[in-house]
Structures are given as structure tokens and as C-alpha cells.
Design a protein. Structure first.
Length: 95
């Protein structure tokens, strides 16, 4: 597969995804995005921001991956994100 064909296919998928996202966002008064700052969340976040869609972020910060939080904190700061950070409670961690 050539790069041109791959990029055309990728752009088509992005446009289709944006169409679905915009349709769904139109159904809600105060939408937000749950984000782990992993690869999949970062791709979606990048697509949204590059297309002028800036949503509040809900980030569930568990205690097991401190290196991930350094990355997440950098992205939050650099991209100027509105983030609601919810650390797990002791009850949810052990149930």
C-alpha cells in the first residue's frame, strides 16, 4: 500500500469519526471525555483538538503508573486542558 493510499484511508476514517463525534456531542448539554492518556485516548484527543473540539477531560488517576502521570501532566499543561482528576478511593482499589 502506498503512503498516499494509506493517508487517504486515514483521512477518510478521521472524517467519518468526526461526523459521528459531532452528531453525538449535539445530543448532550455538557459533554466530557474520559481520558487515560494512553495511545488510544491520545489519538482521539489529538483529533478532537486539531478539529477545534475542546472538551473537559475526566482522568481517573490510579496509583500504579507514576510514569504515565508525568506524561499526562505534561500534556495537560502543554495543551491547556481542563481536567477533572479523580483518584480512586481506598474502597474501590480493594473491592
Amino acid at each position: 500500500m502506498s503512503i498516499v493510499v494509506a493517508m487517504t484511508r486515514t483521512n477518510s476514517l478521521i472524517e467519518e469519526s468526526l461526523s459521528i463525534i459531532k452528531r453525538v456531542l449535539g445530543c448532550y448539554k455538557n459533554p466530557a471525555m474520559a481520558c487515560s492518556f494512553g495511545k488510544d485516548s491520545m489519538v482521539l484527543l489529538h483529533i478532537l483538538i486539531n478539529n477545534g473540539i475542546k472538551l473537559p477531560i475526566i482522568f481517573y488517576r490510579d496509583p500504579w503508573w507514576p510514569q504515565k502521570y508525568k506524561f499526562a501532566d505534561g500534556i495537560i499543561y502543554e495543551w491547556g486542558l481542563e481536567v477533572y482528576d479523580y483518584p480512586p478511593s481506598a474502597i474501590t482499589m480493594w473491592e
